[in-house]
Structures are given as C-alpha cells and as structure tokens.
Design a protein around this ligand. Structure first.
Ligand code: V47
Length: 397
C-alpha cells in the first residue's frame, strides 16, 4: 500500500534560513542554491520574512496609472521584443505626436490618476525634441500627474543622438518635466546573454551608469530583470548582485520588477516555451531575499497574470503595479491578460490574499489605505465581459 510520509519536510537550506533569520546578507552561492532548490514554500517564507522586516508585511501597494508607448518604431533589433517595428512604414508601425498623446489619454484621466509611465521605441529619425515635447505637453495639460519616463537605454540612445552626456540629457528632460525613471532595459546584464538577446543595447555598465547619474540628480528609479528565456540561474544571481551593489552606493532605486518573458511574435520565442508559475514565484521570492536594500518588489500583474500576481503577495512582493489602461509591449508579445484593471479589481485581488491595499503615488506617498471590508468599496454586483455578476459571497464575510 502507498504510504504518504507524515513527517514535516526538512529543507537543505538550513544555513541560508539561519542567515536570513539573523538578517545576514546572502552571497552569490546562496542565491544560486535558492534558485536551484525546489523548496518553494521555504523560499516563500523567507521572502515573506524579509518583506515583513522591510515593509511590515501587511500592506500591498498599487497606483492608478496610465501607460503611454509613444512610438513603436525602433532602430534596435532586440530578439525578445515583439513591439518594435523597424521602419515608419512597416506594418503596424505608429508614432503619436505630443498633441495626439495628450488627447489620447484625456478620457482616462480623473483625480486619482497620479502617474504616466512612458516608454517606447528608439525612433531613428525623430530628434530629441520629440521626447522633450511629449513631457512638456503632458506636464502642461496635466500638471498634477507624475512623469515616470524613459528607460536607461532610451537615455543612452538620446545621448548618442545628441552627442551629449547622460547627465546633460537627464537635466534637459528634468527641465521638460521628467519626475522619475522606470526600470526597463535591464534585461539580463551578463554579456553572455545580453550579447545574444539585445546586442545593440546599452551594456550593463552603461545601464547602471545612467541610473547612478539619475540618482545623483535626485531622480528615483526602478530596476527590472527579464527572466525565463535563455538565461541560467547564474545570470539571474549576477544581475541581482550588480543591482544590489549600485543600490548600496546610491540608495536611489525604489522597486525591483522581475519581468516574465513572453515568447510569442518575436525571434527569440520561436523555440522557447513560457516559464512556469513555480519559476515565477521563486524568482520573485529570491529577488526579495537577495535585494535586501530595495524597499519594494513588484508583481506586475500584466505579465504574471492577476492570479499569479495575487499568489506573489505571499512570496515577497508588496506591490502589484496599477490600472495601466493601455499596454502594448507584452500584448504584442502574446499576453492574454486585460490591458486594464479597475481599482476595484486590484482591491479585490489584494484583499482576498489577506492583505491591506494601499493606493500610492509613484514615489510611495500614501493616497489611501483600504482597510474596510471589500463591500464598502463596491456595489454588490458589477459589469464584466460576461455581463452583470455578483461578488463571490465568501469575500463579503
Ligand atoms: O525593458 C520587452 C520588457 C520592458 C518583452 O519601472 C518584454 O515600474 C517580456 O520595464 N516579454 C519594459 N518582457 C517594461 C518595464 C516596466 C513594466 C512595468 C513597470 C515598470 C516600472 C517597468 O519590457 C523592457 C523589456 O525588458 N519586454 N519585450 C517580452 N516579449
């Protein structure tokens, strides 16, 4: 007869558990062992411990934001990207003028929208003025809204276009209204992978140097990792340690966002499958444990899917991103998630995980704490794609 072992499981991570409990920093080999381990629940508990130490463990942040991807015309040919079009007249290519952008977002603006998240292609023929004009036009039309714009890769591209330093470019963008920078373009820093997936892109040292400069100028920035393609665990750990080192120097990073690779409609994906939910939860948790000097880890629901983003809230993540509204980068790569979640959907995901939703602005100023029962924030039924539905009754208890 089959016998099911009844003893509690023992982990081969005992020494790492002891280090994390003692608040000791983990090294390269520890990170690698965590990634190689299948003991997901232990790793999740450790991540939860670090999250509790840094953030109290109860609050989960979100914001009401609006993504803007001004153009998909791009001079670079990154193998993992499904968004870029090489030429202005390529099928599906678009470029919005600053005035078009202002009008495009207008229907989505209300008093609780606090952020525009702006990233796009590296247009080979538009001047730097185009990007400055976008910031100026948005600041003029919506002066209250924070502009989180342009990855380090874009900043480096503008610097080359103009023959100016990163600092000079950033100062001009700050003048035009830039408030902070998103974390994109980091991909995988290690050259063995980076040279294969995005050989034309700013290299690791350049990406890190742009963020160092941004931090010196007083900008807060984020950082990402693109995982689940041809990289190995060694490359992920190397990536995390390079970020941790810069953060030790500057303290300018706010949030780390692991981005799950979407393999459709791009060169790299032809022979690759999606990585698993297990890998996603482990990557979030190991990031939380290793990046002991980052305040926040974001489970970006657009790429994780809302159900996995919800689980991630017990694996070290304390942020779920925002309402987003319009998203092209992952959806061109085959994402089947919605492009928008209503505030109520985010509240429900967070509350049903036993956490307290906190609406924030981009730099984590508190907008509202949602500590009342869920029905206080919504009618008992609401419209969905399937028509009018009731909220599951157990959540109302
Ligand atoms: O840099 C491109 C990634 C990034 C694919 O800072 C892909 O708060 C998966 O950085 N599969 C841009 N990923 C998005 C980004 C981001 C998103 C949300 C929040 C923040 C933040 C930053 O998207 C790119 C690249 O790494 N990407 N193609 C793909 N096929």
């Amino acid at each position: 007869m089959l016998s099911i072992p009844t003893s509690t499981h023992t982990s081969d991570l005992a020494d790492i558990i002891a280090k994390v409990q003692a608040g000791e920093r983990l090294g390269y080999d520890d990170g690698l062992r965590l990634f190689r381990s299948h003991d997901l629940l232990t790793i999740g508990q450790l991540a939860d411990l670090v999250n509790t130490r840094l953030n109290g463990g109860q609050y989960v942040y979100f914001n009401q934001n609006r993504h803007i991807n001004p153009t998909n015309v791009c001079a670079f040919h990154c193998n993992f990207c499904s968004f870029a079009r090489p030429l202005e007249d390529s099928p599906g290519a678009y470029t919005w003028t600053p005035a078009e952008i202002v009008e495009r977002v207008r229907p989505d603006i209300h008093e609780r929208v606090t952020e525009f998240h702006i990233v796009g292609g590296l247009h080979p023929r538009l001047g730097f003025d185009y990007y400055e004009d976008i910031l100026r036009a948005l600041k003029q039309a919506y002066p209250r809204i924070h502009l989180k714009a342009f990855t380090a890769v874009e900043i480096d591209f503008f610097a080359q276009l103009m023959g100016l330093s990163h600092e000079a470019i950033l100062r001009r963008l700050i003048d035009a209204g830039l408030d902070s920078m998103p974390g994109g373009g980091a991909e995988i820093f290690h050259p063995d992978v980076r040279n294969k997936i995005c050989p034309e892109k700013a290299d690791a040292d350049t990406w890190l140097a742009v963020h160092r400069t941004a931090h010196r100028l007083g900008l807060r920035t984020n950082a990402t990792l693109l995982y689940g393609h041809i990289e190995h665990y060694e490359h992920r750990v190397d990536h995390l340690l390079r970020l941790r080192e810069l953060q030790d120097d500057t303290g300018g990073f706010q949030t780390f966002i692991p981005l799950r690779y979407h393999p459709e409609n791009n060169n790299l994906g032809r022979r690759l499958d999606w990585t698993t939910a297990h890998d996603t939860l482990k990557t979030l948790a190991v990031s939380r444990i290793m990046l002991d000097n980052f305040a926040h880890i974001k489970a970006y629901w657009i790429m994780l899917t809302p159900p996995i983003a919800q689980l991630a809230l017990h694996f070290g993540a304390d942020d779920i991103d925002g309402t987003v509204v319009e998203e092209k980068i992952y959806h061109d790569a085959g994402a089947t998630t919605d492009e928008q979640l209503e505030k109520f959907d985010l509240l429900r995901l967070i509350k049903a995980a036993g956490k307290t939703p906190v609406e924030r602005d981009t730099v984590y100023n508190l907008v509202e704490v949602y500590d009342q029962p869920i029905e206080n924030y919504a009618p008992s039924s609401r419209k969905t794609r399937r028509g009018e539905v009731k909220i599951t009754h157990v959540e109302l208890n």
